[in-house]
Design a protein around this ligand. Structure first.
Ligand code: AMP
Length: 190
């Protein structure tokens, strides 16, 4: 099994790269952001709760997010591995993921961070907002809040896996293929 955490700030290209990794390595892509948007689209109670946080650029509470992630993993036991995209975003989420995988006698193989500077992120997200249909990509103050939340709550996740010698940072600036090659080089060592 390869269990990869694709890490990085909003707009760092995680979703784009995850789609390419699925093709090459046959892993199951789990994006908590996509799962929330699906729930919102279906107007489920979980979706309605999540929307109030997402619209502000805040994190959905850990219990809600961890429960949803656990359901998705448990519904798909027979896979060659998982790409976690946008999860974990807090230290308690990291601990919950480790526990969930340990129950399957498995573990996180590696966290790979796509490193992209703030100003580039704001530019990319505003551009994406023109076509993505995502309200949280349209408003610059929501975008800046998401970046701040990433710095305050999510960067500790990098340190958490770095302390286990499982974190790698790669340059997230460049062409899609170029960045994919950098990622594949890391994954091929696993
Ligand atoms: P994303 O598509 O990964 O950019 O996520 C969009 C929004 O969904 C985030 O800004 C959060 O509000 C929420 N979200 C996604 N993943 C998580 C998570 N792991 N923990 C808490 N909130 C999340």
């Amino acid at each position: 099994m390869i269990n990869l955490i694709l890490f990085g700030p909003p707009g760092s290209g995680k979703g784009t790269q995850a789609a390419k990794l699925v093709e090459k390595y046959g892993l199951l892509h789990i994006s908590t952001g996509d799962l929330f948007r699906y729930e919102i689209g279906n107007k489920t109670p979980l979706g309605l709760e999540a929307k109030s946080y997402i619209d502000k650029g805040a994190l959905v509470p850990d219990e809600v997010t961890i429960g949803m992630l656990r359901n998705k993993v448990e519904a798909n036991p027979d896979v060659q591995g998982y790409i976690f995209d946008g999860f974990p975003r807090t230290t308690p989420q990291s601990e919950a993921l480790d526990k969930l995988l340990a129950e399957k006698e498995d573990t996180v193989s590696r966290l790979v961070m796509l490193s992209v500077p703030d100003e580039e992120i704001v530019k990319r997200l505003l551009l994406r907002g023109e076509t993505s249909g995502r309200a949280d990509d349209k408003n610059e103050s929501v975008i800046r809040n998401r970046i701040q939340v990433y710095k305050d709550n999510t960067t500790p996740v990098y340190d958490y896996y770095d302390a286990k010698s499982k974190a790698t940072s790669i340059d997230g600036i460049g062409g899609i293929e170029e960045i994919f090659e950098r990622l594949a080089t890391v994954i091929d060592t696993l």
